[in-house]
Design a protein around this ligand. Structure first.
Ligand code: AMP
Length: 289
C-alpha cells in the first residue's frame, strides 16, 4: 500500500526502521520518472525489501526565473495515482517549511565551496542558470537529511546535476549510494521531460531534431572524430533547423568538464524551442584527440 505523507513527523512514522531508497522529483510525473522507480525497486529487491520513497517538491531555490517556477506543473492527485500504480511505498510531498524549516544539515558555505571546487558548477547549466546548482544541492542535502536513504536515484538526463550530486554524496553526505538511471526516451528519441508538455505539436516536431543531432554526434565519434568533430556534427544538424536555438553543445568527461582525451565522454546540449528550454545528452567513446 502506498502512503502519502507531508510533514517530517508523518514521514518518520511511515519509514519506521526500514531501510529506504529515495527518488527525488519535482512531480509532473512521466515515464522518465517511472524508470527511476523501476531502478529503485530493483535496488530494494536486493536490499532487504527497502522502502521505495519518492519525494515530490518543486524546489524554489533552483529556479532563477520566477515565471518558470510559477508555471511549473503541480498536480499531486495525478502524481500520487501514478506513483501508486508504479509501486512506490511512500510519497513525501513536503511544504517549503517541512524542507527548509529546521537547521540546514549542510551549510550554504560548504555547499558553495564544493561547487566552486568542482569547476563544473559554473559552466553549461551553471552558466545559463546562476545559482541553480546551489539550489539543487541545498534541496538534495535536506531531502537526504529527512529521509536518510541508503541509496538515491538520479537520471542521467540531468547529467551535470548527477555529477554534482555524486560529489555531494562522496564528500559531504557519506553513506548514500547514488544510482544513475539511463535516460528514458519517447518513440522519436526525445528525452522525456515535463517541459515537453509546454510544446504544441508544431514545437514538438521541431524539437525532434535534438535526438537526430545527438545521433549524428554519436556516429561521428564512432567514425573516429575528435571532440571538435563531434560538436561540429551535432551543430550541423541543429543549424539546419533555425527554429531550434542551441544554447550550448559540449563534449565532456565523467566530471562534466570539457574533454581533451580519448575514452568515455558525453555530448551535452541545451536548446530553446518555442521558448521552452530542453537539455539532453548522449554517451560516446572518443577515439581521437
Ligand atoms: P525532475 O522531476 O524533473 O526534477 O526529475 C526528477 C529526477 O528524474 C531527476 O533525477 C531527473 O534526472 C530524472 N529524470 C527526468 N526525466 C528523465 C528521463 N527522461 N529519463 C531518466 N530520468 C529522468
Amino acid at each position: 500500500m502506498t502512503r502519502l505523507v507531508h510533514t517530517r513527523g508523518d514521514l518518520a512514522s511511515a519509514l519506521a526502521n526500514n531501510s529506504r531508497v529515495l527518488i527525488p522529483t519535482m512531480g509532473a510525473l512521466h515515464l522518465g520518472h517511472k524508470s527511476l522507480v523501476e531502478s529503485a525497486k530493483a535496488y530494494a529487491a536486493n536490499h532487504d525489501g527497502a522502502l521505495v520513497v519518492m519525494s515530490i517538491f518543486v524546489n524554489p531555490l533552483q529556479f532563477q526565473d520566477s515565471h518558470d517556477l510559477e508555471v511549473y506543473p503541480r498536480d499531486l492527485v495525478t502524481d500520487s495515482a501514478l506513483a501508486t500504480e508504479w509501486g512506490v511505498d511512500v510519497i513525501w510531498a513536503p511544504s517549503e517549511a517541512d524542507i527548509y524549516g529546521g537547521d540546514a544539515p549542510v551549510s550554504q558555505e560548504r555547499l558553495q565551496t564544493l561547487l566552486t571546487g568542482s569547476q563544473t558548477a559554473d559552466i553549461l547549466e551553471g552558466a545559463s542558470r546562476p545559482g541553480h546548482f546551489l539550489g539543487v544541492l541545498t534541496a538534495v542535502s535536506c531531502l537526504f537529511d529527512a529521509v536518510r536513504p541508503q541509496a538515491a536515484c538520479f537520471g542521467e538526463k540531468d547529467f551535470q546535476q548527477l555529477v554534482l550530486v555524486r560529489m555531494l554524496a562522496s564528500s559531504l553526505v557519506p553513506n548514500v549510494e547514488i544510482l544513475a538511471v539511463p535516460t528514458s526516451r519517447d518513440e522519436w528519441g526525445m528525452a522525456r521531460s515535463s517541459r515537453l508538455g509546454r510544446l504544441d505539436e508544431g514545437g514538438l516536431s521541431k524539437a525532434r531534431v535534438i535526438p537526430t543531432a545527438l545521433a549524428a554526434g554519436v556516429e561521428a565519434a564512432r567514425d573516429g572524430s575528435n571532440a571538435a568533430g563531434v560538436k561540429a556534427a551535432v551543430l550541423g544538424e541543429l543549424d539546419a533547423k533555425p527554429a531550434v536555438r542551441p544554447e550550448y553543445v559540449e563534449v565532456v568527461d565523467d566530471a562534466c568538464l570539457p574533454i581533451n582525451a580519448v575514452g568515455p565522454a558525453r555530448i551535452v546540449l541545451a536548446a530553446q524551442v518555442d521558448g521552452v528550454r530542453i537539455i539532453d545528452n548522449q554517451p560516446i567513446d572518443l577515439k581521437a584527440i
